[in-house]
Design a protein around this ligand. Structure first.
Ligand code: AMP
Length: 303
């Protein structure tokens, strides 16, 4: 690869080069590392949408070299989950990634990432990974162990200065921040706002599972969160949760959870104090399991 390409900030309209092996990745990053360039990493599972692209654009603005990873990580899927049917369109992803400003895409096969006898995992212990999606009755803590393990590996492989994540996966972002802090990864973690469809539905690769009638009902999740935020700001958090429950009940959606939690510790919160609060929802809508959340800052709240 021509190292000069690594600092070319023009937006190519062709596909970003896909690197399949760790050796190829290391070789491609070597010139950038030697030149002391700032490297940005955007980890994804592909089937890109505007949410992913917003992360790449942010990385492009701040970094000299933007690496996107495209890897449907098997270790973060439970036995009954959608690993096999997870939507994939690599050709389109490589074009979109390049168009948004990615310089290269690390898209390895699973066997390149995990040795057959791989026996090491990175786990943030405690309640951060055992509540909400980490509850054993939902995705379980193994989900987050899979996430932190693969993100730690990507950090080691890419050596990014900055890594970009979406607020859409709020619990994941909290867990990754904790891992980075606890293990002293020399990485700045940026968490960027959730990108939504015009009708409020949070963009997600899994929205592809929604039939048209489910797609319509799915907007109840973001409406519920908007109601929660409105009421919480105007009255109380309890009223906010009540309004959110009413909004999602009107669409006949039974949530897996709809909860208010401290935005850093994920401890349950009853009322606003001096810390940001997350209201998080997860629900099955048709064939999709959807998650969404709103982050409410105390300076804008009623207390
Ligand atoms: P995924 O491919 O679903 O694993 O997502 C890759 C990254 O994109 C994660 O950091 C997600 O939080 C982020 N992301 C997913 N959906 C959105 C969205 N609607 N807005 C912003 N970021 C998102």
């Amino acid at each position: 690869m021509n190292p000069d390409l690594l600092v070319d900030n023009s937006r190519p309209t062709v596909a970003a080069p896909a690197l399949r092996t760790k050796a190829e990745l290391r070789a491609a990053l070597e010139p950038a590392r030697r030149q002391g360039l700032r490297i940005g990493l955007v980890p994804t599972m592909g089937y890109l949408h505007e949410g992913h692209l917003s992360l790449i654009v942010a990385a492009r603005d701040e970094c000299d070299l933007v690496v996107m990873s495209l890897f449907v990580n098997p270790t973060q899927f439970g036995p009954g989950e959608d690993l096999d049917r997870y939507p994939r369109d690599e050709e389109r992803d490589l074009r979109l990634a390049a168009g948004a400003g990615a310089d290269l895409v690390f898209a390895p096969p699973a066997e390149e990432v995990y040795a057959p006898d791989s026996s090491t995992a990175v786990e943030v212990t405690g309640s951060l990974i055992s509540v909400l999606d980490g509850d054993a009755a939902r995705r379980g803590p193994e989900h987050f162990r899979g996430v932190t393990t693969v993100v730690a590996k990507l950090f080691n492989l890419v050596g990014p200065d900055v890594a970009y994540f979406g607020q859409k996966d709020a619990q994941q972002a909290v867990v990754i921040r904790r891992m980075v802090r606890d293990l002293d990864f020399p990485v700045r973690v940026e968490v960027l706002p959730t990108v939504r469809e015009p009708d409020g539905l949070a963009m997600s690769s899994r929205n592809a599972y929604l039939e048209p009638s489910d797609r319509e009902r799915a907007t109840a999740l973001s409406r519920a969160l908007a109601a929660a935020e409105r009421e919480a700001r105007a009255g109380s958090l309890a009223d906010g949760l009540e309004a959110a429950r009413a909004a999602r009940a009107a669409a006949a959606i039974a949530p897996e959870y709809l909860e208010a939690r401290d935005a850093e510790t994920l401890d349950p919160v009853e009322r606003f104090a001096d810390r940001p609060v997350l209201v998080l929802v997860a629900a099955r809508v048709g064939a999709a399991r959807l998650i969404d959340n709103v982050l409410i800052h105390p300076d804008k709240s009623d207390t």
